[in-house]
Design a protein around this ligand. Sequence first.
Ligand code: ADP
Ligand code: MG
Length: 299
Amino acid sequence: MNVLEVKEIKKSFGSKKVLDGVSFSVPENCVFGFIGRNGAGKTTTMRAVLGLLETDGGEIEVCGERVSYGKTPKSGYIGYLPDVPEFYGYMNAREYLTLCGEITGMSRNDLKNRCGELLELVGLDKEKHRIKGYSRGMKQRLGIAQALINRPKLLICDEPTSALDPVGRKDILDIISAAKEQTSVVFSTHILSDVERICGRVAFLEGGRTVFSGSIEEIHERQTDTGLELTLKRTEDAERVLEAFSDMENSGGRLIFKKASDKKAAELMAFLAAQQIPVMRLERHEADLEDMFMEVVGK
Ligand SMILES: Nc1ncnc2c1ncn2[C@@H]1O[C@H](COP(=O)(O)OP(=O)(O)O)[C@@H](O)[C@H]1O
Ligand SMILES: [Mg+2]
């Protein structure tokens, strides 16, 4: 069963259409990247999933249960890390987590173990200071622990890495990857390299619509025309190759197609063989998510 199903949701603010058919689904134990540029509607979508925002149409189901506005899905299904989490600064991490667990009605014993487990997961188990002295990264990590306290089936993180430096970002990505053992994670971002590192599935949000949703492998399959780079044994042969392939460029002795179909690659190999031009290296570039995003978004 899918942990989250979002079907054709729509939302306008006044005359401004922000969501115009957003659909995606998230299976169990999956890290899902919800990708879109600033202002694309990521936070709006997440608020709708949490039942915090009234949509103009469409359906949302969390663990098979329909979400409706004002009626947050059954407690325990969803954990949420907002884009700017707020804490009681005078508490330390353990005190704060304990408070959150008490509010959700966890038993004292369970809570004690769970706090220990989560503080270790997010690397704050040795931290005794008050939250008000925390860095942004530490606050995000504590926010993830808080969102996981009552073992949700789905963890929603709104741009958890966007305000962090590379080390802080890596910490968060490692924690999210580890959290996959216990829950599915949806995280929104505009940083494609973060998605590439940890996500199994993605959705691209553009112009208020999900223009693609599926697995990373499916994107790789779609993306067939990628860069192709040729290094010749003798530099003097370059001219002949460039004459035959006008869309090839010479970049410091390497001959490059920015984008080449499989057919074009085969033509190049046939030409090299027929002309008996010795080759050092012929390499196909793997498309990165950025290329794919541009292709899917059509720009
Ligand atoms: N409560 C609101 N009232 C009016 N406009 C809003 C409101 N919330 C969001 N928007 C607008 O909707 C668009 C999408 O916002 P948001 O979902 O926050 O984007 P993202 O999280 O992808 O950066 C933006 O243009 C934003 O200004
Ligand atoms: Mg946002």
